[in-house]
Write a protein that binds this ligand. Structure first.
Ligand code: 13P
Ligand code: SF4
Length: 304
């Protein structure tokens, strides 16, 4: 641990704080986190927080908002307040309401990568780890699903329901970087490797994958697979986590340029500042939070 990391650990104790971090955080932030996970694991962790006064959330806006929705009595801090997920801003609540008017018989399943106001319009939320289960849990045959079109098409292939992707063109700029040629080049270099792809990647890439998994799913898969080499089709720091935890396995990025710059806005310096100044606090309007909470809790109640 470096000096800054040691100071952060000390401050955490003094402030009775914990650090939750998404798998796309840098190694140095991963090392000081109390819990590291995917969106679903972070939601679950946030729902179980007790006996702490504050949570420093090293992730993007929608993740911190969800933690607040589940813990309105705690200080939820984002070390850099501008850490936004662009995809979460592609489906404003107003647009969800418009789609609901156009499709009155459809249920609404929203990806957790949405802002609180949009979440408040959903019947249930989902992450990339439980999207199929969330859709299957509803009795409706027509489902408005957004904002990620690639996750929507992944779900549409697994269920016997009509999936209507909303809005047109919702996507993640990081997962859009992957091209089929990346797979061809890397498969030639690592012929025996298993290819793990995130469902936010284009369908063409999903079709070439050995496994389509959330980032948490990738951790569990690498842990239990007998293979020793894996090509990782998601954000670069997922490779950092897997390489740290499985040093005996060969973990190779499918594309080393796949970096979520929004996630990287958090730094150790900013984490330290956040603990000292108790900034930047994330809050959600109580009426919006109450409505969004039902959709979050419905997701958390899905069988694991
Ligand atoms: P995971 O839930 O799989 O970690 O995905 C979150 C995300 O934002 C992917 O880009
Ligand atoms: Fe959002 Fe994509 Fe970054 Fe995930 S990787 S936080 S979906 S921009």
């Amino acid at each position: 641990m470096n000096q800054l990391q040691k100071e952060i650990l000390k401050l955490k104790k003094q402030k009775n704080a914990i650090i939750l971090a998404h798998n796309y955080q840098t190694a140095e932030i991963q090392e000081v986190a109390d819990f590291l996970g995917d969106s679903l694991e972070l939601c679950l962790k946030a729902s179980q927080i007790e006996d702490v006064d504050m949570v420093v959330f090293c992730g993007v806006d929608f993740m911190a908002e969800t933690a607040y929705i589940l813990n309105p009595d705690k200080k939820i801090l984002l070390p850099d307040i501008s850490a936004e997920c662009p995809m979460a801003h592609m489906l404003p609540a107003k647009e969800v309401r418009e789609y609901k008017r156009r499709y009155p018989d459809a249920a609404v399943v929203l990806y957790v990568n949405t802002l609180a106001e949009a979440k408040a319009e959903a019947d249930i939320l989902c992450t990339s780890a439980n999207a199929v289960e969330a859709v299957e849990s509803l009795s409706e045959k027509r489902i408005l699903f957004g904002p990620d079109m690639n996750l929507a098409s992944y779900v549409a292939q697994q269920v016997d329901k009509e999936i209507i992707p909303i809005p047109e063109g919702g996507h993640c700029y990081v997962h859009k970087m992957f091209q089929p040629t990346d797979i061809m080049v890397m498969k030639e270099k690592y012929p025996g490797a298993e290819l793990l792809i995130h469902p936010e990647c284009d369908q063409e890439l999903q079709e070439m994958a050995d496994q389509i998994l959330s980032t948490g799913g990738m951790v569990h898969y690498v842990a239990s697979s007998p293979s020793d080499t894996f090509l990782i089709g998601t954000e670069m720091d997922m490779v950092t986590r897997l390489s740290r935890e499985y040093p005996d396995k060969t973990i190779v990025p499918l594309l080393s340029e796949a970096i979520c710059t929004n996630m990287k806005l958090h730094t150790l310096e900013k984490v330290k500042n956040s603990l000292i100044t108790e900034k930047y606090q994330v809050v959600v309007d109580p009426e919006v939070a109450n409505r969004a909470r039902s959709a979050v809790e419905r997701m958390l109640a899905l069988p694991p």
